[in-house]
Write a protein that binds this ligand. Structure first.
Ligand code: ZN
Length: 150
């Protein structure tokens, strides 16, 4: 076991009170909506991707503190990253969220996102933390499909 409790609380409160990159991004190259029926969280994520680089990423929506803080942390982390780096982070985050409590998160890769491992104390809230990641992934993948049919 590792003690992320206090840091977890601090970061969640900070990012819930003043979410980073909150709002609409217009124009944008990618966007998608996500919904977590278990909690009622709704998110809309917007991306501007040029040459496989995430130039800009924003989100809006209504959700609980965990979904808002997670989206805020995610956008902060992903700005300026490549799509490949996003995929790597997605895997790492998903692994952290679904791994056993006793497993230490990959802090080197995740950085501040690792505090969200604290959500595992409340298993029903894990989907609140992963919603933004799945929504962003579907935004990126959906546009690939659209591009192929053109
Ligand atoms: Zn929630």
């Amino acid at each position: 076991m590792f003690d992320l409790g206090d840091l977890y609380q601090q970061v969640i409160i900070d990012h819930t009170k003043s979410p980073r990159n909150f709002g609409k991004l217009e124009p944008c190259s990618h966007d998608a909506e996500g919904y977590n029926p278990l909690c009622g969280d709704q998110l809309h994520v917007y991306l501007q991707i040029d040459d496989d680089m995430i130039k800009e990423v924003k989100f809006e929506g209504q959700g609980c503190s965990i979904s808002t803080a997670s989206a805020s942390l995610m956008t902060e982390k992903l700005k300026g990253k490549s799509v490949r780096e996003f995929e790597h982070l997605f895997e790492a985050f998903h692994e952290m969220a679904t791994a056993d409590m006793s497993e230490k998160p990959d802090e080197e890769t995740l950085g501040k996102l690792a505090v969200l491992a604290g959500v595992k104390e409340f298993p029903s809230r894990i989907k609140c933390a992963t919603l933004c990641w799945h929504t962003l992934k579907s935004a990126i993948e959906h546009s690939d499909k659209a591009a192929k049919t053109e």
